[in-house]
Design a binder for this molecule. Sequence first.
Ligand SMILES: [Fe+2]
Length: 398
Amino acid sequence: MYYHRLGKIPPKRHTQFRQPDGSLYKEEVVSSEGFSGIYSILYHIHPPTRIKAVKEPVKFGPKMIEDYALRQTHLNTSKVATTGEDYLSARKVLLANQDCSLSICSPKQRKMEYFYKNAEGDEVIFVHDGKGTLISPFGKLDIKQGDYVVVPRTVIYKVEFEEGPLRLLIVESASPVETVKRYRNQLGQLLEHSPYCERDIRPPHELISESGKGEFILKIKKQGFLHQYVYDHSPLDLVGWDGFLWPYAFSIHDFEPITGRIHQPPPVHQTFQGRNFVICSFVPRLFDYHPLAIPAPYNHSNIDSDEVLYYAEGNFMSRRGIERGSFTLHPGGLPHGPHPGTVEKSIGAKETHELAVMIDTFRPLHLTTDALEFLDKNYPMSWTDNNANESYNEVNTP
Ligand SMILES: [Fe+2]
């Protein structure tokens, strides 16, 4: 991330910075990895420590399936219109391990009557359908279809969505979500061979400085509960902030694909990194241009990772079973690859219009009980059924 500032801040940190009535603004340092990671300095009208009440915590989190067999898995969520009432109750975690979880979220309510903070994980919200505004003390952030919205842990926020289709894929990470290390120079700037650069990363704009009193509910997610805090002032009470830690949006449509003469491996699609997992973007691109190139991927034995693909847009819609909003999980321990007939069929193809998000984890993922209603029981046999040749057309994605 890069340095950004919004609003009023004093010329020197940790010095007197006074409100019009002569009282001090309340300085808060939000730091990651102790004091070793990125941080920002915030200037509040009210002390961020002052609370009005603490209510009873509410259980919150997925139930894992303990005895799910090793198998290729397809979860088809394409038919889902809504997954719950509001932004938190609508989150359905489908896959999870110690490092990350993957949820779908299509809330009925478009506005939140409370603020939310994830105190134990960074969140990457992929906006498959929808448009709206993420409102946080850092300012307003416009979000739209195709955006990855990255919210570092402890950022208080709420989202307001416009009417219309709304479908979110949420990746929650136990570790900081970062740009890809090999694309950064030693000072953190994104290099020339990176598929995106700082210009593509959209910071919050338009600070909201609410000074009045009232009752404001903050739901804090931590260790299997939503903890409910009540404040007597708005969390949106900043007059300014600066630093490297802030929520941002990056559109998958601004990811510039890396192509080659022969089939390029999945790391060229990498977009973000977390500890023990990566997030990759498969975007419309030209296919390989060696005269004997095979655009379809080879069979792949991913010996120490689980591979999840979320299908957003593209020609997979003609495949039997795989639809817009499908997840496939190809677990480590089993080879996966193109469906019968599709390798020959791919030869000569010039381009793909697919759009997909891939999450590869280096520790096994577990299905949740919420995932079962989306399970396609026939998927493990889809490489064997020759009648499926034309419909299962896994040409492009790995
Ligand atoms: Fe693969």
